[in-house]
Design a protein around this ligand. Structure first.
Ligand code: DMJ
Length: 932
């Protein structure tokens, strides 16, 4: 996402009235603020800014140069293996790959960045390459949304700056609208996607065959995300206005009109996904991040670019709802569209980092400063913004694909406030990128922000957006060869000229005011009048908003926890004891509020408690609150220990394993409970996409089978739902961390997604990578592999046993079978003898204060769940530790001292199982040959 370039207060406005109105309500304040800054963070010298600007240029060269040298004409660079990512030649990554259309994506996405970074010569070369090499007619299924924002937007941004340069008279003199012609060709290729009764586009289209034809391999989808359907208007309207072909703007408007009609009428919110045929909301949760983000962005920007009042009115209506329900400063939390007072999640995603930038464009600076500061504290803790993080700022999903949203908001906040603090923030971003993401062949996405591990990907938006915003942050007007304020940024940071607002506007006539119109005052409740008087009067304003948030996420650990320890030692007790707490008792709720503890109701009936010391009535109340939370943590962890689910077993029962291979698996907190001797038996099949994060494309393959799915990219529950919808009878999630094994890592339970998971009926188990590859290898070797999912290993297949017993050749196999069989029995006996110790040793437990069960029913038998895949928490000694490590250490120590209590030690180690297994296979193969 991004905002408008921002025109200074009082500077001449060449556009028609609506733009000046926007300027007056929002971005208008931006530039004037920079000149009034007088106090707060130390100002940055021009030399320092130039130094940082040059550093950005050098980094861009490193990224772009390596792409051009090692990847081009491929869509993206794989910076670890230093080669191009060509779709179909690399293992599928699911939906992420839908951005790749074999059209040199990174080159097109980088076009206007080259001009912003003053690399005009390189821009000229790049345009020539696009015209010469890029084919838009490939037989490949791409995302309509991604193709629009990255490719259509990239071509239009390139065209906008090409004509600007041509007019200047030095560069691009040969240019004759060729990029625009390509954009038009692409626009026509995308149009078949809109062939639905609703006018909402299909999410995917085949560039060569469109939607309907059998060769298209798409067109069966029923759902799309709101952002996917609502992020077209800028590019499509620009295309119409540049070319005079009105159809594009018409289609994009129709989709937006439909979404507006379908908004939930009482909350004025929209859901995350919608059925493109019926218009029903498929996912009724609503936030400002993933799935919705740029829909809101485009409403406001469509008003800026097209001057159509209806877009501003819609945006303001939604914005009011967002501020009423979703904004819980400094947090932005998803809610349910029908019950907007109910939080739908306990975590936030990284995409919402664009929102402070949009709030700047809107002119609502205060919450923008607050949310930005909260995000910055998370970044300072983890070096990057993890893809998702919890309301108490723990990592929820540790990946970071070098997203630009936070840099974007930093740029807009700097433009709005002129506060040099934001330059320092930008400097930190640059340092972190160089320190942690830079590799010899470019910049690599972070696989895990906590460990600093990399992924072999460098997404095109890194070049389209990150370098633009970072460069512009440090650039003075004279560092850029054109006036950036004459353009609006699309969501992919492509530049479209504001003069389009007065060009070919026939389509918009009926909705547009031709004269300046005074809108109702309520439209501006949150806007510029506040900020216009803000900075001249109080240059410390932004700092004063940030200050209380400084410790919201502490780098080492909240100091308060240590004080709690001390207080505990001195015997102090909170006024409300955790064990007495009732969520239905209004007095208790009042006490919580005083202590700065907020209660978040989850859909499944649980409540989450979060404490923010700064929200407490006094410092004493804050300490009481911490003590209360501490008690809750202890209570919860005690209950959890009593409620741990024991490990489960995946047993390969088909030929030639016949139950000999038993893999230790982690259970799930949802789906069929495999305890009490319930079991599910079936053949396995890999799901497509392998991460199971979207509707399966191979339902026929998994129908009636146990689906194999890779860990990562989305919540476990989401995977379960997708495979269940495809007809799978069970699922095995296989860890994507290569080399992981239950031999060396503690098992854990797969948690739900904070929502009601009763709809998941099939059993789900988790295997670490090493165990998972045993199944995958077996599939490769034998194709048909049958497994048994159960609470404990069952005896070997009796039928097979009989066959073997009757065969004199099988003595040696019988011997090794016995060995394995006896280890199964050991497992059983361990399970019976010391299941509690096993649970404690094998499972990381959540000590998070953020996941308390419904306190009204908290009792010794209640279970506390952790809806995250990752485990990181604050321990009672005030040290922040990784819980996995903590428990691993604990597990190792206890295993050393008492080898009988550990499940891990009791189960035959994988290597030895493999050795036995290989021997068995060889023996069976020999036997088969003999028989033949
Ligand atoms: C970009 O492609 C766009 O900004 C989009 O709107 C969502 N985010 C990605 C980068 O994170």
């Amino acid at each position: 996402m991004s905002g408008a370039g921002g025109r200074g207060c009082g500077s001449p406005v060449p556009q028609r009235a609506p733009w000046s109105l926007v300027a007056a309500t929002a971005a208008f304040c931006l530039v004037s603020a920079t000149s009034v800054w007088t106090a707060g963070a130390e100002p940055m010298s021009r030399e320092e800014k130039q130094k940082l600007g040059n550093q950005v240029l050098e980094m861009f060269d490193h990224a772009y140069g390596n792409y051009m040298e090692h990847a081009y004409p491929a869509d993206e660079l794989m910076p670890l293996t230093c080669r191009g990512r060509v779709r179909g030649q690399e293992p599928s990554r699911g939906d992420v790959d839908d951005a790749l259309g074999k059209f040199s994506l990174t080159l097109i996405d980088s076009l206007d960045t080259l001009v912003v970074l003053n690399k005009t010569k390189e821009f000229e070369d790049a345009v020539r390459k696009v015209l010469k090499d890029v084919n838009l007619d490939n037989d490949v299924v791409v995302s309509v949304f991604e193709t629009n924002i990255r490719v259509l937007g990239g071509l239009l941004g390139g065209h906008s700056l090409a004509i600007m340069l041509k007019e200047k008279g030095e560069y691009m003199q040969w240019y004759n609208d060729e990029l625009l012609q390509m954009a038009k060709q692409l626009g026509y290729k995308l149009l078949p996607a809109f062939n639905t009764t609703s006018g909402l586009p299909y999410p995917r289209i085949n560039l060569k065959f469109g939607i309907r034809k059998p060769e298209a391999r798409t067109g069966t989808e029923t759902d799309t995300c709101t952002a996917c359907a609502g992020t077209l208007i800028l590019e499509f309207a620009a295309l119409s206005r540049f070319t005079g072909a009105t159809i594009f703007e018409e289609y994009a408007r129709k989709a937006l009109d439909f979404l507006w009609e379908k908004r939930q009428r009482s909350s004025n919110l929209v859901g995350v996904t919608i059925n493109i045929h019926t218009g029903d909301w498929v996912r009724k949760d609503s936030g400002v991040g993933a799935g919705i983000d740029s829909y809101y962005e485009y409403l406001l920007k469509a008003y800026v670019l097209l001057g159509d009042d209806s877009f501003l009115e819609r945006f303001n209506t939604h914005y009011d709802a967002i501020m009423r329900y979703i904004s819980q400063p400094p947090l932005l939390l998803d809610v349910h569209i029908h019950k907007p007072m109910l939080n739908a999640r306990t975590w936030m995603d990284a995409l919402l980092a664009f929102f402070p930038g949009l709030q700047v464009l809107k002119g609502d600076i205060r919450p923008a400063i607050e949310t930005h500061e909260m995000l910055y504290q998370v970044i300072k803790k983890h070096n990057f913004l993890p893809e998702a993080f919890t309301t108490d700022f723990r990592v929820h999903w540790a990946q970071h694909p070098l997203r630009p949203e936070f840099a974007e908001s930093t740029y807009f906040l700097y433009k709005a406030t002129g506060d040099p603090y934001y330059l320092e923030v930008g400097k930190t971003l640059i340092e972190n990128l160089n320190k942690y993401a830079r590799v010899p062949c470019g910049f690599a996405a972070m696989k895990d922000v906590r460990t600093g591990s990399h992924e072999d990907r460098m997404d095109s938006f890194f070049l389209a957006e990150m370098f633009k915003y970072l460069y512009l942050l440090f650039a003075d007007k004279e560092d850029i060869i054109f006036d950036i304020e004459d353009y609006i940024f699309t969501t992919e940071a492509h530049l479209l000229p504001l003069w389009l607002s007065t060009t070919n506007q026939s389509i918009a006539k009926k909705n547009t005011t031709s004269e300046y119109t005074e809108l109702d005052d309520s439209n501006f409740d949150w806007t510029c009048p506040n900020t216009q008087i803000l900075f001249p009067n109080d240059p410390l304003y932004a700092q004063s908003i940030r200050e209380p948030l400084k410790n919201v996420v502490d780098k080492s650990c909240p100091r308060g926890i240590i004080r709690v320890e001390e207080s505990f030692r001195s015997g102090a007790k909170p006024p409300l004891r955790a064990r007495d707490f009732m969520a239905t008792n209004p007095e208790h709720l009042e006490i919580l509020k005083k202590m700065g503890v907020s209660l978040i109701h989850l859909k499944d009936g649980r409540v989450q408690l979060v404490q923010h010391a700064i929200q407490a009535a006094s410092s004493i109340d804050a300490e009481d609150g911490l003590r209360f939370m501490q008690e809750m943590i202890e209570l919860s962890s005690q209950q959890q220990k009593e409620q741990q689910l024991p490990p489960r077993a995946v047993q390969i029962v088909s030929h030639p394993f016949f139950g000999r291979v038993v893999l230790t698996a982690g259970p799930a907190q949802f789906g069929l409970d495999l305890s009490k001797h319930k079991e599910t038996r079936g053949f396995v099949a890999s799901s497509k996409p392998y991460n199971g994060c979207s509707e399966l494309t191979n339902p026929e393959a998994v129908m009636g089978k146990i689906a194999l799915i890779q860990r990562g990219q989305c919540m476990f529950a989401e995977k379960a739902r997708n495979i269940q919808n495809a007809g799978a009878i069970g699922g095995i999630v296989i860890d994507d961390n290569e080399g992981s094994s239950s031999d060396t890592a503690p098992l854990f339970q797969m948690a739900g997604d904070g929502k009601d998971t009763d709809d998941i009926k099939i059993p789900m188990l988790f295997l670490f990578s090493k165990e998972g590859s045993i199944i995958l290898d077996a599939v490769r070797e034998y194709e048909e592999v049958e497994v048994l999912l159960s609470d404990k290993a069952k005896d070997r297949d009796p039928e097979m046993e009989n066959e073997e017993q009757s065969s004199p050749e099988n003595d040696s196999q019988n011997q090794s079978a016995e060995q394995v069989s006896s280890s199964s029995q050991e497992v059983d006996s361990v399970d019976q003898e010391s299941s509690e110790e096993n649970s404690l040793n094998s499972y990381p437990e959540s000590l998070s204060p953020a996941d308390m069960d419904n306190a009204a029913s908290i009792s010794a038998s209640e279970q506390t769940s952790n809806p995250t895949e990752n485990h990181e928490t604050t321990n009672l000694n005030g040290e922040c530790t990784d819980l996995d490590n903590q428990l691993q250490e604990q597990s190792e120590t206890e295993e050393d001292s008492n080898p009988n209590v550990s499940w891990g030690k009791k189960v035959q180690p994988i290597d030895s199982i493999l050795a036995d297994w290989n021997e068995d296979i060889e023996a069976f193969e020999m036997m088969e040959k003999d028989e033949l």
